[in-house]
Ligand binder design. Structure first.
Ligand code: PLP
Length: 407
């Protein structure tokens, strides 16, 4: 399919909305993405035609929804090229998935004195679960430093690894800076010490085609709402042989084979990690969103978004007094910046009145802000439905903000 931006934009009903009488320009895609009509219709169709709890009923609706749910798992498997459906676990989102791994893998392999590695530029969701694990097990959390461009310093990372390293967990793309990290090297280096590797793909799966088998990471996770699907649903990929060894994270319905007061046995993968009624509607919405993306072609999306990011970087760099944070060449999806000494909240609020939605603050990445000795940034984050014209409007909006502050 050719990349027809005007057609694509009409697929997303919210994009034609006006706010404060101005055409909406949505540049907060790193926080959450908008939904194509196909996804909205699919969700509506489930509730109006087939809704029923999964894995439990023998009746028509339950069997239909169960097969839609399991087909969704298959779609996800293909999308990231996992080996088996058993390796695809539906979670509540990235945060939930990282907590699952931190608990369950932590129970399996982390002991007192062991070490876990994250990076300086992680989202809090990829820091705090590991801190909790370290507290529980008296293990140590080590941090891969970043350089001024926001890149991981791989030489320093190699020095952190040793026989005590049990888990390395890094983002593919940092949410606060938009830097694409060299996760293949991170993974290969960790494996030299038999450490497990989790890739937080919350900000990459929608931008960069990923093949988990080629990458060889042990875990890979992302959230539905950032890939044009529902919120409250996400995916954890894990290698089957590792998931098999890990104890369950939560107990309840669906994750058991048999329950008695004497002995309870657990369900096979992937249900072992899906306790309780899952967000089956959300899971199906992820599959619909993935089908939609596949129709357009993730390579086409990546190419278009790279052009957009390049254009936005040039345009924003031409604003006097604007400083971009995260200046690596390898970037995707986002530009973080500060405008003179104007507080990002003030800039964000003025842009909002012009119909432009951006993010301001620490982006759940306080250690990254600390590294740059700043309180926060303004962040414009992009999706394939954004346009150069929208970036031009952002540019004019920024000049207006400066004018209002006498800059
Ligand atoms: N990791 C990264 C890199 C993120 O950008 C986010 C959300 O912004 C998360 C984790 C947490 O995702 P969620 O809130 O969907 O669980």
């Amino acid at each position: 399919m050719t990349f027809d931006i005007q057609k694509i934009r009409t697929d997303f009903p919210i994009l034609s909305k006006k706010v404060y009488g101005k055409q909406l320009i949505y540049l907060d895609n790193g926080a959450t993405t908008q939904k194509p009509q196909k996804v909205i219709d699919r969700i509506s169709r489930i509730y109006s035609q087939t809704n029923s709890n999964i894995h439990r009923g023998v009746h028509f609706l339950s069997e239909k929804t169960t097969s839609d749910y399991e087909n969704a798992r298959n779609t996800v498997k293909k999308f990231i090229n996992a080996k088996s459906e058993k390796e695809i676990i539906f979670t509540k989102g990235t945060t939930d998935a990282i907590n699952l791994v931190a608990f369950s893998l932590g129970e399996y392999c982390v002991n007192e004195g062991d070490e876990i590695i994250v990076s300086q530029s992680e989202h809090h969701s990829n820091i705090v679960p590991w801190q909790l694990l370290c507290e529980r097990k008296k293990a140590k959390l080590k941090v891969i430093p970043i350089n001024e461009k926001g890149e991981l310093i791989i030489e320093e990372y190699k020095k952190l690894l040793n026989e005590k390293t049990k888990i390395v967990s890094v983002a593919h793309v940092s949410n606060s800076l938009g830097i694409v990290h060299d996760i293949k090297t991170v993974t290969d280096e960790a494996h030299k010490y038999n450490a497990y590797v989790l890739i937080d793909a919350a900000q990459s799966v929608q931008h960069i085609k990923t093949d988990v088998q080629k990458l060889d990471c042990d875990f890979y996770t992302f959230s539905g709402h950032k890939i044009y699907a529902e919120t409250g649903i996400g995916v954890l990929y894990g290698k089957e042989k590792i998931l098999e060894k890990m104890p369950p994270y939560q107990g309840g319905g669906d994750m058991i084979k048999s329950v008695s007061f004497e002995k309870t046995t657990y369900a096979e993968l992937p249900l072992k990690f899906e306790a309780g009624t899952s967000n089956y509607v959300g899971a199906i919405s992820i599959a619909t969103a993935m089908d939609y993306i596949t129709e357009i072609g993730l390579e086409n999306i990546a190419k278009y978004e790279a052009e957009l990011l390049e254009y936005a970087t040039q345009k924003l760099s031409s604003v006097n007094g604007l400083k971009i944070y995260g200046t690596s060449k390898n970037k995707a999806g986002a530009i973080s910046f500060l405008l003179n000494d104007i507080h990002p909240y003030d800039a964000g609020m003025i842009l909002d009145k012009l119909g432009i939605a951006i993010r301001t603050g620490t982006h759940c990445a306080e250690p990254t802000m600390k590294f740059f000795s700043i309180q926060g940034t303004a962040r414009a984050s992009f999706a394939f439905y954004n346009t150069k014209e929208e970036i031009d409007t952002l540019y004019k909006g920024l000049l207006r903000v400066q004018k209002m502050f006498g800059k």
